[in-house]
Ligand binder design. Structure first.
Ligand SMILES: [Zn+2]
Length: 628
């Protein structure tokens, strides 16, 4: 197996050179030449069900499992053996549900008109949740000493200690069954209309069309494209008019956000938390102190971010031949760098080579996933397809339309990272159930692969212009840290201010946006429009208290990368051991036990910042020496 991999890897260097040569010759780029489009499709018959009868059999089996789980109602804690049987049963049920979910997701992603399997799954999921909700209720009777005794009497329960400890940890924050049920009934009325109102206020607003590069583009739908338009006047007009529209909408959007934050805070207060944000952190096994520690370090290193912005603005200004670049110029390509493109075959091979540093097992599993003959990829575009890219469990990976850009290959290794994480957990723990953990952890695993890819390309690409493009893109990606930290901080500050009454309308959010934005980003002082910048992230309405996951995932992925560079031989083993372990303990403990990463360490980010500084210096030096 490993011999085969070596041969596979040896052909990659050649393939990379071919793509570069084809591009230089000016031939149109085809991401899937020679009828490969059909190769890059799922084989759901092979990987899931040969037909509807087999699928229905699994649906029936899942219902039977739920029925037998119900027999534990009222006696979950009667003995350690009973508890173990119940938890084993629930794990098996969850494993089957994950498969049915994946099948539903994939069948509807490759043909959005086909809702049969996903709808059936969702009904089954709701049924499973309702009929097994007694688990949470009965486990509430556990406290640490009783749990300790259970684990001593039945050591096989240790497998589930994370879930059991979570129940103990939650217990002081859970109300009576009657009160919780009341809150659950009222939940949608309290906090589901706000994101709908946010969306409605956009839908009701007429965003004008703007003439750009000979086409008519909609200000809302095509905003990203308009900001890349070669005509500077078009870009400025798009920016100014877009933010003017946001300003007009901000009263309604702000009203919805205020009501949502007030409702969330009120429920969290009932559960014994100062704000909803504190509860969201508690649920993720994080604390305000840990977050404050990270923000302290991120903000102390703001000069590094500002140095990067200066470099970027100066390069843009020089490229355009103007005195200074403006905010609407930020998405224009920098001159002197040409982005490489990779066919799907090349993307898969390069992704595999880049991530093979993570060891034999990782490479073997990734090789199987990325071999299109195995039917676990569906990445060629077409009609009636879902959007974006996603992975479910260890099964497979969907992407709406692979175009061979760096971002596409990065997405390929990112999504593969999710799949291989689940595969390793399955290999080592015998169940996908243990792969379920906090989003910042699972996202950090996926994002680390992107760094391995960029690292690999920077080391192996032969063409200087392409290398420059990859290096500059890596720098941009690193520096995203300050942007997402600012956005996450806005939400945290807003929850505090809504709780204290300091925010009572949309103007209050404008101020919170300015207050958090100004220290981070010099644009806030230059463009008054940016006070409504908070309206650009639908997350605040749709997934409240989620945004900090992006900050943490970014920090962790960069930390893994920096540790890997420091110790390329030793780090991968420790890292893969952590990933394979699954979530048998809180994330904080996993990081500490396997990688000696301490989220409370006031110097945690020092190495990452040094690495960023080096990348910045490299890009800067390159910019200075490569000028014509
Ligand atoms: Zn992801």
């Amino acid at each position: 197996m490993s011999h085969g991999l070596l041969v596979f890897a040896a052909t990659i260097g050649l393939a990379t050179t071919f793509a570069a040569a084809a591009q230089q010759a000016g031939k149109p780029f085809d991401p899937m030449p020679q009828n490969q489009r059909e190769l890059y499709r799922f084989d759901l018959k092979k990987n899931f069900y040969a037909g509807d009868a087999e699928w229905q059999a699994d649906m029936d089996r899942a219902r039977q499992q739920i029925a037998s789980l119900e027999t534990f109602k009222g006696r979950l804690l009667e003995s350690p053996a009973t508890l173990l049987r119940a938890l084993d049963g629930r794990r098996e049920n969850e494993d089957l549900l994950i498969k049915l979910y994946a099948y539903g997701e994939f069948t509807s992603a490759i043909d959005t008109r086909n809702r049969k399997y996903i709808d059936a799954y969702q009904a089954l999921r709701a049924e499973a949740d309702a009929r097994t909700s007694f688990f949470a209720v009965e486990l509430r009777a556990l406290d640490s000493s009783r749990l300790k005794a259970l684990l001593e009497q039945e050591p096989k329960l240790r497998r589930y200690s994370y879930a059991l400890e979570a129940a103990v940890r939650q217990a002081p924050h859970v109300l009576s069954e009657k009160e919780e049920s009341l809150l659950a009934t009222l939940g949608p009325a309290l906090s589901s209309w706000e994101p709908a109102l946010f969306q409605l206020s956009f839908d009701r607003t007429a965003f004008p069309d703007i003439e750009a590069s000979g086409a008519s583009r909609n200000l809302h739908r095509d905003y990203a494209t308009l900001l890349k338009d070669p005509n500077r006047e078009v870009r400025e007009k798009a920016f100014r008019e877009y933010y003017q529209k946001l300003r007009e909408l901000s009263d309604l959007a702000g009203f919805a956000l205020l009501k949502e934050m007030q409702a969330n805070n009120a429920v969290s207060k009932l559960h014994g938390f100062p704000t909803y944000y504190h509860e969201a952190l508690f649920d993720a096994y994080l604390s305000r102190a840990e977050l404050d520690n990270l923000y302290g370090q991120i903000e102390a290193s703001l000069p590094l971010y500002h140095q990067y912005l200066d470099l970027k603005m100066n390069r843009l200004a020089k490229g355009m031949g103007v005195e200074r670049a403006e905010i609407w110029d930020m998405d224009v390509a920098v001159k002197g760098a040409s982005e490489p493109r990779f066919t799907a075959d090349e993307g898969c091979r390069i992704g595999l080579e880049a991530c093979s540093v993570l060891g034999d097992e990782y490479a073997r599993e990734l090789g199987k996933l990325l071999d299109p003959k195995n039917g676990r990829l569906d990445i060629a575009g077409g009609p009636n397809r879902g959007q974006g890219a996603f992975t479910e469990g260890n099964f497979a990976y969907f992407m709406d339309n692979y175009q061979g850009y760096l971002d596409d290959v990065a997405t390929l290794v990112h999504e593969s990272g999710h799949a291989i994480h689940h595969q390793l957990v399955l290999n080592h723990q015998g169940s996908l159930y243990f792969g379920d953990g906090p989003a910042y952890m699972t996202e950090s695993f996926a994002t680390f692969n992107e760094w391995l890819l960029r690292d690999h390309l920077q080391k192996t690409l032969k063409d200087d212009n392409m290398k420059r493009a990859v290096r500059a893109q890596a720098l941009d990606e690193m520096m995203v840290l300050w942007e997402i930290a600012r956005r996450a901080k806005f939400e945290m500050v807003s929850y505090d201010r809504v709780a204290s009454g300091e925010i009572s309308d949309a103007k209050g959010f404008d101020k919170a946006c300015e207050d958090t934005g100004r220290p981070y980003d010099p644009f806030f002082a230059r463009y008054p429009e940016l006070e409504v910048h908070w309206m650009r992230k639908h997350h605040y309405w749709e997934v409240p208290g989620y945004y900090f996951n992006y900050v943490l995932a970014h920090i962790l992925a960069l930390t893994y990368y920096q540790r890997y560079i420091e110790d390329p031989a030793g780090f991968p083993k420790k890292y893969v051991a952590m990933v394979s372990q699954g979530f048998d303990r809180p994330a904080e403990a996993l990081l500490k036990d396997f990688l000696n990463i301490d989220l409370k360490d006031p110097k945690l980010l020092q190495g990452v910042f040094a690495m960023m500084q080096k990348q910045l210096t490299d890009v800067q030096t390159e910019a200075e020496t490569s000028r014509p």
